[in-house]
Each structure stands twice: as structure tokens, then as C-alpha cells.
Design a protein around this ligand. Structure first.
Ligand SMILES: *[C@@H]1O[C@H](CO)[C@@H](O)[C@H](O)[C@H]1NC(C)=O
Ligand SMILES: *[C@@H]1O[C@H](CO)[C@@H](O)[C@H](O)[C@H]1NC(C)=O
Length: 397
């Protein structure tokens, strides 16, 4: 009997070891990109939304300066990301990408050094195709290892990898080639898959990248912004530290939306654990833009260590409730009025995962105040058209 039990125990131990080994393999497979980056959503700036192809090294340096002088870098905005159009149309005779001589005469390495000296990080852009989307520079298809080595040698910290002008093969065939190339060069480079959500990259992006676009490009208007938030929400389950859904970069400060709409934009991106990549001209921002993007409490929701992406927990016509658990037993809640008229909207405890009897303290993150009364069962707010409230709820009994 004793011997038998011993055999059983030994067998159980062996099976447990095999299971652990299988788990380790699964874990390795889960992440081909073990670069340790993106434990919270990346924060920084990207040139595309405001400048398109009109970029040069002077304005990139000035943007880095402005990120520091405005205090934005202290709040976590660290990446300075150059988008499309930074290179010559032809590679050199060794097949290397060449920074565009007319706009980046000092080269990208010099820019990386400049940015690093300020405590910031430099991002760059390429494409899993023969040309980038602008068609003004080559893509990296077929040159993945060479380009990854070039980026690493320059001191690049972030790569946005677009999907234009490819060979017709699936992104699931082309993106892993760059993932492997980046791993091979050894430098930790945040890898942003910009596949536009066509093939549901949330379902396969986690082992390959630190973020994956779930949508087509955003434009600076309410319809575009809100529809990107909607498309991105579908994949909430897939977001976690190390890999994030990406509904595209921020338009706050570019002038196409009202203040309330930009607050909705920033609130939804924050609670959705989206990358907070500013897309305005950092050198020339209004007070209003600064107030929105420097809201520390809203940034803290985005950067919460748990990394749970908010889900819509109630939708009634134009009224929606989005919520996500935060660390410390707190809950972030957005009450959103998408409609054209004022409306009174209610967040109910049973929708957001609280026991109906829980007594809650509510912090209004845009008013920067804790509401005087406590709440049981629900919380109601009257919302202007195209506006929202963002609360952090803290159970106190
Ligand atoms: C600064 O921004 C304002 C709008 O807020 C714009 O009218 C002005 O042209 C901008 N200045 C520069 C130098 O871009
Ligand atoms: C909110 O809760 C209160 C009780 O605390 C209840 O009287 C009221 O009907 C609730 N409102 C909604 C809209 O659920």
C-alpha cells in the first residue's frame, strides 16, 4: 500500500513536471518578442497626425525639447516617434536605408543621441512591404534583418511597422520576420504592429508585438474617433501588460473636435489602455490641450499596473457605460453621452462588477474632486452632448 502510494506520488510528480515543461514551451511560444517592454501602454508623440510627410530633424529636435520644457516627459511621455517619409526613396549600394539628405542631413543616429540625452526615446517607422504607405521610401520586406540591425545601430527604441504595398502574403507571414529580426539584434525595441486590424491582430499579435492596431487610421473628427474606440473595445480581453490594442494615435490639440469631444477621446484612450501617443504640435499647444493631456489622474488610469482594458458594460441608445477594474480594488468608469442632447446617465453597480450594497467614494478625474456624498447601487451624472464623465470608484464599506 505504502509503496503503491509512493509510485502514484512519483507519477503525479512526473506528470506535474511534464505539465510545467509544456507550460514553459507555451510561454515561450506566447512571446517570440521577449523584450520586456510595454508593461504599461507606451506614451509619447508621433509626427503623423499633425505633420504627415512634412517632417525634418529640426522639428523633431524641437519636439523633444518641448516634451521636456512643458513637463510632459515627467508625466511619462517619453517616445519621440518619427513616422513615414524620413528616408531616401532608394537604399544605398549595400542595401541600407538612407536618411533623407534634404530633411535629416545629420542622420538618425545623431537624432537618437540628442533625444537620449534628454532622457527620451526615439521611435522610427517602416513597413512590411516594398514601399511605405507614402511610397516615398522603401519598406523592409526582404530586408528585415538588415533594417533591424540599422535601427539598433542608430539607437532606435520603438518601431512602428505599417502594412502598405506588400506582396499579398498574409500579415501573419510578414510580421513575425521582423519580430525575429528585432530579437536577433538584441536591443529592446518596442514593436508596434500597424496592420489596421484587417486580420484581427489582437488574436495573433501578442507573441509578435507590444501593440497592434485594431483599426484604420484615425481622423481629427468625432465620428472617426468614436468609431475607432468602438472597434478597439471588441478586443478588450486581449490587452495585457506587454501587448496592447491600439486604436491609433491621439488627435487632441489638432483642432477638429470640441473640448468636450477631446476629453472623451482622451478618457476613452486612457481607460482602454491604448498607447497615449500625442499627435499635435507639442511646440505650439493651447492651455486647453495642455490641461487635457497633462491630467495625471487620467494618465494613472491608463498606466495602472493591472492593465485591464475597459469594456462597454451598458449601452442604451446614445448612452454608454465603460468600465475597467484598477489595482487597489478601485474601478474606473466612463459615463458617455454620444448623442446631440443633454442626458442623464446612470452607472449601476451590477454592471460594473460591484455588489449593489457596496458604498463607494467617487473621484471625478476631470473636475479633480472627490464627490461630497458617497454612493450605493448607482451613480448618475447629467452629460452635455458628446461628453463624458470619468470617475474612479473606491469601495469604502
Ligand atoms: C500655433 O497654433 C495656432 C492655433 O492654435 C495656429 O493658428 C498657429 O498658426 C500655430 N503656429 C505655428 C507656428 O504653427
Ligand atoms: C439608484 O439607487 C437608488 C438607491 O440608492 C435608487 O433609489 C434609484 O432608483 C437608483 N437609480 C437607478 C437609475 O437605478
Amino acid at each position: 500500500m505504502g509503496k503503491r502510494r509512493c509510485v502514484v506520488a512519483a507519477l503525479a510528480a512526473i506528470m506535474l513536471m511534464m505539465e510545467l515543461a509544456a507550460l514553459t514551451v507555451a510561454e515561450n511560444r506566447r512571446s517570440m518578442l521577449s523584450n520586456g517592454l510595454g508593461m504599461t501602454p507606451p506614451m509619447g508623440w508621433n509626427s503623423w497626425n499633425h505633420f504627415g510627410c512634412n517632417i525634418d530633424e529640426k522639428m523633431i529636435r524641437e519636439t523633444a525639447d518641448a516634451l521636456v520644457s512643458t513637463g510632459l516627459s515627467k508625466l511619462g511621455y517619453e517616445y519621440v516617434n518619427i513616422d513615414d517619409c524620413w528616408a531616401e526613396i532608394s537604399r544605398d549600394d549595400k542595401g541600407n536605408l538612407v536618411p533623407k539628405k534634404s530633411t535629416f542631413p545629420s542622420g538618425i543616429k545623431a537624432l537618437a543621441d540628442y533625444v537620449h540625452k534628454k532622457g527620451l526615446k526615439l521611435g522610427i517607422y517602416s513597413d512590411a512591404g516594398y514601399f511605405t504607405c507614402s511610397r516615398r521610401m522603401p519598406g523592409s520586406l526582404g530586408y528585415e534583418e538588415q533594417d533591424a540591425e540599422t535601427f539598433a545601430s542608430w539607437g532606435i527604441d520603438y518601431l512602428k511597422y505599417d502594412n502598405c504595398n506588400n506582396d499579398g502574403s498574409k500579415p501573419t507571414q510578414r510580421y513575425p520576420v521582423m519580430t525575429r529580426a528585432l530579437m536577433k539584434v538584441g536591443r529592446p525595441i518596442f514593436f508596434s504592429l500597424c496592420e489596421w486590424g484587417d486580420m484581427h491582430p489582437a488574436e495573433w499579435g501578442a507573441p509578435l508585438g507590444n501593440s497592434w492596431r485594431t483599426t484604420n487610421d484615425i481622423s481629427d473628427n468625432w465620428e472617426s474617433m468614436i468609431s475607432r474606440a468602438d472597434q478597439n473595445e471588441i478586443y478588450a480581453e486581449y490587452a495585457r501588460p506587454g501587448g496592447w490594442n491600439d486604436p491609433d494615435m491621439l488627435e487632441v490639440g489638432n483642432g477638429g473636435m470640441t473640448k468636450d469631444e477631446y476629453i472623451v477621446h482622451f478618457s476613452l484612450w486612457a481607460i482602454s489602455k491604448a498607447p497615449l501617443l500625442l499627435g499635435c504640435d507639442i511646440r505650439n499647444m493651447t492651455r486647453e490641450t495642455m490641461d487635457i493631456i497633462t491630467n495625471k489622474e487620467v494618465i494613472a488610469v491608463n498606466q495602472d499596473p493591472y492593465g485591464f482594458q475597459a469594456k462597454k458594460v451598458r449601452m442604451e441608445g446614445d448612452q454608454e457605460i465603460w468600465s475597467a477594474p484598477l489595482s487597489g480594488y478601485k474601478i474606473a468608469v466612463v459615463l458617455l453621452n454620444r448623442g446631440p442632447v443633454r442626458y442623464s446617465t446612470t452607472a449601476r453597480w451590477d454592471d460594473i462588477g460591484l455588489d449593489p450594497k457596496t458604498v463607494v467614494q467617487a473621484r471625478d478625474l476631470w473636475e479633480h474632486k472627490t464627490l461630497k456624498t458617497t454612493f450605493v447601487g448607482n451613480l448618475t451624472a447629467t452629460l452635455r452632448p458628446h461628453s463624458c464623465k470619468l470617475y474612479v470608484l473606491k469601495p469604502i464599506a
